[in-house]
Design a protein around this ligand. Sequence first.
Ligand code: JB2
Length: 221
Amino acid sequence: MSSTDASIVVIGGGGHARVVMEALLAAGWQVAGYTDPDGAGRSFGSIPCLGDDGVLPSLAGRVRYAIGALGDNDLRGRLARRALELGFELGNAVHPSARISPSATLGQGIAIMANAVLNAGAVILDDSIVNTAATIDHDCRIGRDVHIAPGSHLAGYVTVEDGALIGVGSAVGRGRPIRIGSWAVVGSGSVVVHDVPPFTTVAGNPARPLRTGSAAPRKET
Ligand code: JB2
């Protein structure tokens, strides 16, 4: 394995990681391999599983970039920060078909999947996912470790705080600022027209609370 400026290791080997790897390849990255505790001896196409995350310290001097590639927001963020501690830089997987405004701002370790759209002034912080065909309109602010699931649409001036999950095919916004709190979960297909407090699960049209009040990051289901 040679170290180049376009070489990256993918942390995770499941469904999300495979989408990330294909986006990376399409964008011209050299994917050195992936880590997965259940992946010994496996590969994804020509990309080998390098073992579990225990191999990362030995890779850190040879591969410049890493990306956390698990759907679970909490685990992805923790693994990405571990990679930073080991000396990796975090790379972004941006599929070439995504349309990203020149005035949008991207952090590190981000995955932006095929046909996603980020409009003027959008901000996406570290280790977040804008999944397939999701749209993020002007002046939205997406925090860290967030997942905007496939086919979701955020109107302008939506803030999504750290760790929140916007479920598949949801719509968020009402023409003025709206805030989705940290580690909140918006159920698939919801229409969100009011602020969602932190650690709260909402669903429906209009979305209403189902569950509130955990102090710990929620696992996605
Ligand atoms: O600590 C870990 C770890 N824990 C589980 N480190 C590493 N490197 N890998 C870990 N894994 C591995 O993540 C598991 O062994 C498994 O292979 C993989 C999770 O795969 P799965 O397909 O179940 O989930 P995912 O996180 O890749 O994708 C989820 O989230 C996506 C956004 C699914 O719900 C997808 O359907 C969804 N599109």
